[in-house]
Design a protein around this ligand. Structure first.
Ligand SMILES: Nc1ncnc2c1ncn2[C@@H]1O[C@H](COP(=O)(O)OP(=O)(O)OP(=O)(O)O)[C@@H](O)[C@H]1O
Length: 642
């Protein structure tokens, strides 16, 4: 295999004893033998040949190099009620001390957590394979910056960029940073695979799905601009770093200067991590709020002071109704990230409320930034209502004919043998961090049980998991405690996890699960920012509806088209895609918020773009349907930075 294999960290002592107990689990665990053998020998599904006992399966998994299984420790959680520090939303951040002078000191232990490299993605050596193209589509022209040092950034922020080892700005950063530094509102359409239109090639989509660095594109200039003025602009807050600080006595109301809204909890935490990095050694205090984070933890964090607030829309609107905890009156920057996702998931009313600053903010200098994979009508309307006419508009896509960093393989499998096929696949190469996508929560549960009970270190995530389980699953995946994660498409939206070497579409996303756009988004979880990866998809007789688009993607990405898809190879070489564009012409009618004569953008149907019903976005993840085993969880690290 040409793709490199990830190092899967060994499981810590005492954490790896899930094996024996795990066998006695319920929920789909099979008591009989385990199939061994090629379920897809030669690309064709075949009957399993050899039956392994559970014992043998366990040995096989360990011999192959897969780390031992661990399970979420419910008993321990029930007993202790968890600990504040276990919540990703309460992760450690730099705490400013009022006694600091102009230059705040370094805190080595925290620096190691934030920038330690163990969990933070570094630019890969194949970055040159990404041919990225930016189209500036509004009247505002911005000269791009080639180096962070030339962008007029605050020196502390430049230090933080260096600590993060961002050597040079990515394309979207090279335009967005100067635009924000110059005080412009920004609309950035960074295609992540949801746009299919006549002018968009499938290769562009595939290329553009693999991490353009848009989080840092807005975080860096905003934090930089506020750093120098934090003392003047920031609301009073307790001196958390002082020895006499008492959280019961010393409390403040959160009065953020920056509000960043994102569609999912996991994305919120991911962006919070970037904020923790960029705010390091500054007075600016980042906080994150999302559904599922206990209110006591949320309030406790906000009461220490909050300058940069990252939030999911539902939780933010709830908090806006609690003026003793939060006021939007100081907000100077509002960022709507993945705007199209939130609009599709019916958050329009909430977004308008947030954009309006809860009706309390009359700041004429208010800067709005909107990031989106597509620019549908509702987003255009929002832009024209709230943004300055001279806002900067950029569309980022990839030019070039092929994405060389993801090897895509499509394997034909009998639907009933998929489980065996994925089991075999996991033994077909060196153990590596692997993300497996299913189309339904039920399929996720079933597959997790099936593989886990065969000794493979799996974990899983979907919308019915409670927040503790979700956070444990992500932490386990990121740290390598459970290097195989099984997820629905919606729960892995926008994820940026280091070293995902293999993405498996256990279920190909058919039309009702987002189709080819969803496929592109999913495979883009590997081979990020210049790394390489493999994407394997199981094709069954139920996947005819994506066959044509899939074939087109393979051709444009220079991947081989298997025999069973040859019938879809266009004879004239003309690769046509379905176009579910909403009418770009309407943009003009709405007061010029559109992209003029730029390419039309997509507006996928509500459910389909999510790969699951829209309700999964950030609504109550109620059921406690977590993992079945009751082995030792091995104690999640206090703050492993994911
Ligand atoms: N200038 C840079 N140099 C190197 N790495 C960078 C740079 N900027 C960001 N990164 C890293 O690139 C990764 C991808 O960034 P990010 O998650 O913001 O991408 P994205 O555009 O949101 O991707 P997607 O839309 O595909 O989810 C992150 O791990 C981030 O730390």
């Amino acid at each position: 295999m040409s793709w490199e294999t990830a190092t899967v960290e060994p499981v810590a002592d005492g954490a790896a004893d899930g094996g024996a107990d795990a066998w006695g689990t319920d929920g789909g665990a099979e008591n009989g033998g385990v199939a061994d053998g090629d379920a897809f020998a030669g690309g064709e599904a075949a009957e399993p040949k050899v039956q392994l006992t559970k014992e043998e399966a366990l040995t096989k998994a360990r011999d192959a190099g897969w780390t031992a299984t661990t399970a979420f420790n419910y008993a321990e959680f029930e007993r202790t009620g968890g600990h504040d520090r276990d919540w990703l939303g309460a992760a450690q951040k730099y705490e400013w001390n009022d006694e600091f002078g102009e230059v705040a000191p370094r805190v080595e232990a925290l620096e190691n957590i934030l920038f330690g490299g163990e969990f933070q993605m570094r630019r890969g050596e194949h970055i040159g394979n990404l041919e990225i193209e930016a189209n500036i589509e509004g009247p505002v022209k911005i000269a791009r910056v080639e180096k962070f040092e030339d962008a007029g950034l605050h020196p502390v922020l430049l230090d933080n960029i260096q600590l993060a080892r961002y050597a040079a700005p990515t394309v979207i950063q090279s335009y967005t940073i100067p635009a924000v530094v110059q005080g412009h509102d920004v609309v950035a359409v960074a295609q992540t695979g949801n746009t299919l239109h006549e002018n968009t090639s499938s290769a562009e989509l595939a290329n553009s799905s693999s991490g353009s660095g848009k989080t840092a594109a807005y975080m860096i200039p905003i934090i930089s601009k506020l750093m120098g003025k934090a003392k003047k602009l920031a609301a009073p807050r307790p001196n958390v770093a002082a020895s006499n600080y008492d959280p019961k006595l010393h409390r403040a109301r959160a009065e953020p200067l920056v509000v960043i809204v994102v569609p999912t909890r996991e994305l919120a935490v991911q962006i919070f991590d970037e904020a923790r990095r960029m705010c390091y050694r500054s007075m600016l205090r980042p906080c994150v709020v999302y559904g599922g984070l206990p209110m006591a933890i949320t309030a406790g964090e906000l009461e220490k002071g909050c300058d940069v607030l990252i939030a999911t829309p539902g939780r933010l609107c709830d908090l806006m109704k609690k003026p003793h905890l939060l006021t939007m009156s100081r907000v100077k920057y509002t960022v709507i990230d993945e705007a199209d996702e939130m609009l599709q998931a019916d958050w329009e009313e909430e977004l308008n409320e947030i954009m309006a600053g809860g009706d309390t903010n009359e700041d004429a200098d208010h800067v709005y930034l909107m990031f989106s994979a597509t620019f549908p009508k509702a987003a255009r309307a929002m832009a024209s209502q709230y943004m300055a006419e001279d806002h900067f508009r950029i569309r980022v896509g990839r030019a070039g004919s092929a994405h060389k960093n993801i090897r895509q393989e499509i394997i034909e499998v009998d639907h009933n043998l998929k489980r065996e096929a994925v089991y075999d696949l996991l033994f077909a190469s060196e153990p590596a961090r692997t993300l497996i996508f299913c189309n339904s929560k039920h399929a996720v549960d079933e597959l997790d049980d099936f593989l886990y009970n065969r000794g493979l270190p799996t974990t899983s995530i979907h919308a019915d998991r409670n927040q503790v389980e979700r956070e444990d699953a992500i932490r386990a995946f990121r740290t390598g405690r459970a290097p195989i994660l099984i997820a629905t498409g919606v729960s892995a939206r926008g994820w940026d996890v280091k070293d995902i070497k293999h993405v498996v579409n256990y279920d190909l996303p058919s039309g009702m699960y987002g189709g080819i756009q969803e496929y592109i988004h999913r495979i883009g979880r590997t081979a990020r920012i210049g790394h390489q990866g493999l994407a394997t998809s199981f094709y069954t007789d139920r996947n005819d509806d994506v066959a044509q688009d899939l074939t087109n993607v393979l051709i444009e990405c220079d991947c081989s088209v298997p025999e069973f898809l040859q019938q879809y190879v266009p004879e004239d070489g003309n690769l046509q895609f379905d176009d579910d564009t909403d009418d770009e012409a309407e943009a003009g009618e709405e007061g010029g918020a559109g992209f003029g004569d730029a390419a039309a953008d997509g507006g996928a149907p509500v459910a389909s773009a999510w790969g699951a019903p829209a309700a999964e976005a950030d609504t109550g993840f109620s059921a406690d349907a977590g993992f079945s085993a009751d082995a030792s969880a091995g104690g999640a690290a206090a703050d492993d930075g994911w």
